[in-house]
Design a protein around this ligand. Structure first.
Ligand code: NAP
Length: 490
């Protein structure tokens, strides 16, 4: 059985107290690795090593830092298939989606490497003569990165690469369900030439290792992706020390289907959005708000298509839907199926734990007769469950779309451009797709949500550099005399 150690100050080291935990394949329940569990002392050492490395790394010209990232991107490309297979074994998502996850990591690595020759500030005229004004970007310092299991390579890469190109040094804590993917990424960056101490990895539980990162005084910023509950806690704790926090949290993403929509196209989008990654995406389409006129036809087609989905090991050629991540998630989804029935929704399909293999499988599930006040219509289930709601017009559909506390992704299927633009204008979400599903973000556009989905930051795109840098404003007065802004010139 392969053991996976912690990475501190450029060395793979065992946990100082000898603790380990198991990494399990969620489709087969096979043990795929023994993972070292970091102690408080290990976390402290990781942060200290990142602090020691900061001066040298932040002084390295960004285009030189970029060379390491370009090398890492090429190595990721060369190892794409191997990493995708490993990901499917560790996390469960079907192989073609795992390849997409690796590709996303490749894309963001190239994109961030390119930032090495940008990292733009601004120049602007001064209000005074013989005076120059500009902004420059500086790294924040030692940054803690805490990541979830559903994009086990892409999300660590989304955070690490922009943070590194910006000159920060890092302590990464990946999800306990998928540490191996993050470990592989750290190995690649190290092989690509990242100096010791710049990137440190500590594996172990959120309430111990994650909490120790959040509370360490030398950590200047925490970048977190995960659940609303954990995000709120981190924001509160880190806020006490005035740390910068960026949060990418949950979603309850709607697809609106209007009576003028191409129904077959909408069904393709619903199936992909609701059951892709077994519904375990922050952008999953967990609500369909259908115009009442097309609801019967939509439901019939949706049931027909969903029945054809094949559950199984994500490595299987014919598998459409893989397992969910672990037993507690499986039980949570089953509990929500009961909640839905008890609150009066009608189970149109699925609703049960399935057993194609010993692992954690749940049937693709469709609820109809769902009303906006029901818990299944408001709370994030994070499994293959889709709720159908109805609306009599676009205004009502948008009101329902906006009636939840999250605001990440959204979509509308319509043949009418007026409906499309109304949706762009009125839906409270960080992302709106027109005639496409709620999932499928591209790395060169900003990603994030409104309301309880986050605290206003955006990952990826040009905004990703803002997450990991501080702006300094610089005034250079070459007049040779005292000039007073707002006073000498009104
Ligand atoms: P989670 O339970 O909040 O865990 C996320 C990470 O936080 C894990 O590494 C976890 O460690 C750690 N953690 C847990 N408690 C902590 C604490 N007290 N202090 C510090 N760290 C702590 O979320 P999850 O179940 O892994 O992920 C699913 C959630 O992520 C969903 O809500 C989904 O919508 C959201 N998500 C959002 C986005 C986005 O960009 N908006 C993207 C993907 C996923 P352990 O693994 O050891 O528990």
């Amino acid at each position: 059985m392969q053991e996976y150690k912690l990475f501190i100050n450029g060395e793979w080291v065992e946990s100082s107290d000898g603790g380990t935990f198991d990494d399990i394949n969620p489709a087969t329940l096979e043990l795929i690795g023994k993972i070292h569990k970091a102690s408080d002392e290990d976390v402290k050492n990781a942060v200290d090593s990142a602090e020691d490395a900061f001066d040298s790394w932040s002084s390295t010209p960004a285009p030189q830092r970029a060379k390491i990232l370009f090398r890492a991107a090429r190595m990721l490309e060369e190892r794409k298939e191997e990493l995708a297979r490993l990901m499917t074994s560790e996390m469960g998502k079907v192989l073609k989606e795992a390849r997409g996850d690796v590709q996303e990591a490749i894309d963001i690595t190239y994109y961030a490497a390119g930032e090495g020759r940008r990292l733009f500030g601004e120049t602007t005229p001064s209000e005074l003569p013989d005076k120059f004004a500009m902004t420059v970007r500086r790294p924040i310092g030692v940054v803690g990165l805490i990541t979830p299991w559903n994009f086990p390579l892409a999300i660590p890469a989304w955070k690490m690469m922009p943070a590194l190109i910006s000159g920060n040094t890092l302590v990464l804590k990946p999800a306990s369900d998928t540490p191996i993917m993050a470990i592989e990424l750290v190995k690649i960056l190290t092989e690509a030439g990242l100096p010791k101490g710049v990137l440190n990895l500590v594996t172990g539980g959120g309430d111990t290792v994650g909490s120790a990162i959040v509370h360490n005084k030398k950590i200047r910023a925490v970048s977190f992706t995960g659940s609303l509950e954990t995000g709120k806690w981190i924001l509160g704790e880190a806020g006490k020390e005035m740390k910068r926090v960026s949060l990418e949290l949950g979603g309850k993403n709607p697809i609106i289907v209007m009576d003028d929509a191409d129904l077959n196209l909408a069904i393709d989008g619903i199936i992909w959005g609701a059951f892709g990654t077994t519904g375990q995406r922050c952008t999953a389409a967990s609500r369909v708000i259908a115009h009442e006129k097309i609801l019967p036809a939509l439901l019939q087609k949706l049931i027909e298509r969903t029945k054809k989905l094949r559950l199984g090991n994500g490595l299987g050629e014919n598998t459409d839907v893989g397992p969910v991540i672990n037993n507690s998630q499986l039980q949570k989804i089953a509990k929500y199926a009961d909640i839905g029935k008890n609150e009066g929704a009608k189970l149109a399909l699925g609703g049960r734990i399935a057993h194609p293999l010993p692992g954690y499988f749940f049937e693709p599930t469709i609820f109809t007769d769902v009303t906006p006040d029901m818990r299944i219509a408001r709370e994030e289930i994070f499994g293959p469950v889709v709720c159908l709601l109805t609306a009599s017009d676009l205004e009502e559909a948008i009101r329902i779309a906006n009636s939840v506390e999250y605001g990440l992704s959204s979509s509308i299927y319509t043949g009418n451009i007026k409906n499309a633009f109304k949706a762009i204008e009125k839906i409270d979400a960080g992302i709106t797709y027109i005639n496409a599903s709620t999932i499928g973000a591209e790395i060169h556009l900003p990603f994030g949500g409104v309301k309880s989905t986050g605290n206003g930051t955006r990952e990826a795109g040009t905004t990703t550099i803002e997450e990991f840098t501080e702006l300094k404003t610089v005034y250079i007065d070459y007049s040779g005399k005292l000039q007073k802004a707002q006073i000498d010139i009104e």
